[in-house]
Design a protein around this ligand. Structure first.
Ligand code: MEV
Length: 440
C-alpha cells in the first residue's frame, strides 16, 4: 500500500525517477541509470517524444534497419524497418533481391474507404426512423461542415452514411455507419471528431424534429468511434514468374518441387488456423516493421489484418499461391489504413526520415510498399521452411547475439561460429565453449 501514489503525472521527470528508485528499483533491480542513459538530455527531440505519451521517464530503443532492392511497380525502394527480431530484415532484403531479378512486386489498391460508427438506442418505431433518416443524413453533414471542409478541399470527406438495424440482437439498438475517405492522412482524429459531431446533431434532431413523437424524443448515444476493421481500405501485392525461372534451392531442391511445396505450405495456412496464425505473423513481421518506421499505428494495422483473415468465419492465410500452366503466382491482400501526413509521421524525426527515404510517398504508395514487404517476408519464411528450415538462419543471428552479450573477441567469434556450425546453439553451450576457450 505504501507504494500507492496520487498526482504521479504532476511530478517532474526527476521526481518520477526518484520515486521509482525508492519504491521499485532498489535493491531488487538496480538504480535508474539505464533509464537515464536513454533519455535524450538537452536534446529538443526529447520534448517531442515526451509529447506522444504520458509519464515518460526514458525512451525504449529498437533497431532501425534498411532493406534495399524493393522493386514495387517499377520503382526501386530502400525500405526502413524497425524490428527487434533477428533475421527479419535480412530475409526481407533477400526476398526483395530475389524478386528484383524476376520482375519485382506488382500492386493494386483495392479501396481506400475507412469506417466510423455511432452506436445508439432508440425505442420508437423503426418506420419513423427510416422515414426521417434522409433528413438526418442531411443535418449530420450540414452540422459537421466546419470540420469536413478542409478534408473536402483535399478531395476526401464523408463518402456514405448508412443506418443499420441491430434490433435482432438487442431491442432498440441501431448504428449509423459512416464511410470516409481521408486521403493521405490515417484520419483517426478527423473521423472521431466528425462522429462525435454527428452524435450531437443526432440527439438534437430527436429533440427538435416534429415527426418524432414527444414520448420518443430521447435517443441514447452509446458511443461514437472509428472502426479499425477496414476491409474496404485494402491493397494487393503480387509476384509471379515461370516455375523454371524460380531457380534451384538449398538442399538441391528443384524449381518444380519448390513451387509445389510452397503452394502446399500456403494451402495449409488456408486450412488450419494454427498454421495460419504463424503464417500471418510472419507477414506482419514485415508489415509492422515498416508501419512502425513510418510512424503509423501497428496495433490498428494488425487488428484489421487479423479480422480480415477471419472474414469468412475461419481464420486463414492472408496470402495465396497458385501454380498453373508453368506459372508461379504468389499474392497478398491486406487492409492497410495508414497515413503519410499528420500525426507521428511528421513529428517523430525518424518517422519523417523514413518517409523521406521512401521518397515521401502518398498513403496509397505507402500501402503498396508495405504490402510488398509483407509478401516478401512471407515468401522468405515459406521458402526457408520448405527447404532448409528456419533455424539455420536464425541460429546464425542467435549465436552472434549470445557472443556479443558475452563480449567475445573477433577471434573467439570466428572459432565459435565454426564450432557451432553443425551443433544446436544454446546460451549455456556457447558460454561454456567460450569459458573453455578462455582457459587456454
Ligand atoms: C517468425 O517470426 C516467423 C515465421 O514463424 C513465419 C512462418 O512460420 O511463416 C518464420
Amino acid at each position: 500500500m505504501s507504494k500507492r501514489i496520487s498526482g504521479f503525472s504532476k511530478l517532474s521527470k526527476e521526481e518520477k525517477l526518484r520515486w521509482l528508485n525508492d519504491n521499485y528499483l532498489q535493491p531488487a533491480s538496480g538504480s535508474d541509470e539505464v533509464l537515464k542513459h536513454f533519455w535524450l538530455e538537452d536534446n529538443p527531440t526529447q520534448k517531442i517524444i515526451d509529447g506522444f505519451s504520458e509519464n515518460t521517464v526514458s525512451n525504449y530503443i529498437l533497431p532501425y534497419g534498411l532493406a534495399p532492392n524493393f522493386l514495387v511497380d517499377g520503382k526501386l525502394y530502400c525500405v526502413p524497418m524497425v524490428i527487434e527480431e533477428s533475421s527479419v530484415v535480412a530475409a526481407a532484403a533477400a526476398a526483395a533481391k530475389y524478386w528484383l531479378d524476376r520482375g519485382g512486386f506488382k500492386t493494386t489498391i483495392l479501396g481506400t474507404t475507412k469506417i466510423g460508427q455511432i452506436h445508439f438506442k432508440w425505442s420508437g418505431p423503426k418506420t419513423i426512423l427510416e422515414e426521417v433518416f434522409e433528413d438526418i443524413r442531411t443535418k449530420l453533414l450540414q452540422g459537421a461542415a466546419p470540420i469536413t471542409q478542409n478534408m473536402e478541399k483535399r478531395g476526401g470527406g464523408v463518402v456514405k452514411i448508412e443506418l443499420i438495424d441491430f434490433n435482432g440482437h438487442e431491442a432498440g439498438l441501431y448504428q449509423i455507419r459512416v464511410y470516409f475517405d481521408t486521403k493521405d492522412s490515417m484520419g483517426a482524429n478527423f473521423i472521431n471528431s466528425v462522429l462525435e459531431n454527428f452524435a450531437a446533431t443526432l440527439e438534437q434532431y430527436f429533440v427538435n424534429e416534429d415527426r418524432i413523437p414527444d414520448h420518443f424524443r430521447d435517443v441514447d448515444v452509446i458511443m461514437s468511434i472509428l472502426s479499425n476493421y477496414t476491409p474496404e481500405c485494402t491493397v494487393r501485392a503480387e509476384v509471379s514468374c515461370r516455375v523454371d525461372v524460380l531457380g534451384t534451392f538449398s538442399n538441391g531442391m528443384m524449381a518444380e518441387q519448390l513451387a509445389e511445396k510452397f503452394r502446399m505450405a500456403v494451402r495449409i495456412a488456408h486450412i488450419d488456423p494454427y498454421r495460419a496464425t504463424t503464417h500471418n505473423k510472419g507477414i506482419y513481421n514485415g508489415i509492422d516493421a515498416v508501419v512502425l518506421a513510418t510512424g503509423n499505428d501497428f496495433r490498428a494495422i494488425e487488428a484489421a489484418g487479423h479480422a480480415y483473415a477471419a472474414r469468412d468465419g475461419q481464420y486463414r492465410s492472408l496470402s495465396n499461391c497458385e501454380v498453373s500452366d508453368g506459372l508461379f503466382r504468389f499474392w497478398l491482400e491486406v487492409p492497410l489504413a495508414i497515413g503519410t501526413v499528420g500525426g507521428l509521421t511528421v513529428l517523430h524525426p525518424l518517422a519523417k526520415k523514413s518517409l523521406g527515404i521512401l521518397g515521401n510517398p502518398s498513403a496509397q504508395e505507402l500501402m503498396r510498399i508495405i504490402a510488398s514487404v509483407g509478401l516478401a517476408q512471407n515468401f522468405a519464411a515459406i521458402k526457408s521452411l520448405v527447404t532448409t528450415g528456419i533455424q539455420k538462419g536464425h541460429m546464425k543471428m542467435h549465436i552472434m547475439n549470445i557472443l556479443n552479450h558475452l563480449q567475445a573477441s573477433d577471434e573467439e567469434i570466428r572459432k565459435a561460429i565454426q564450432y557451432f556450425e553443425d551443433k544446436t546453439v544454446s546460451f549455456t553451450d556457447v558460454r561454456d565453449y567460450l569459458l573453455e576457450l578462455r582457459q587456454y
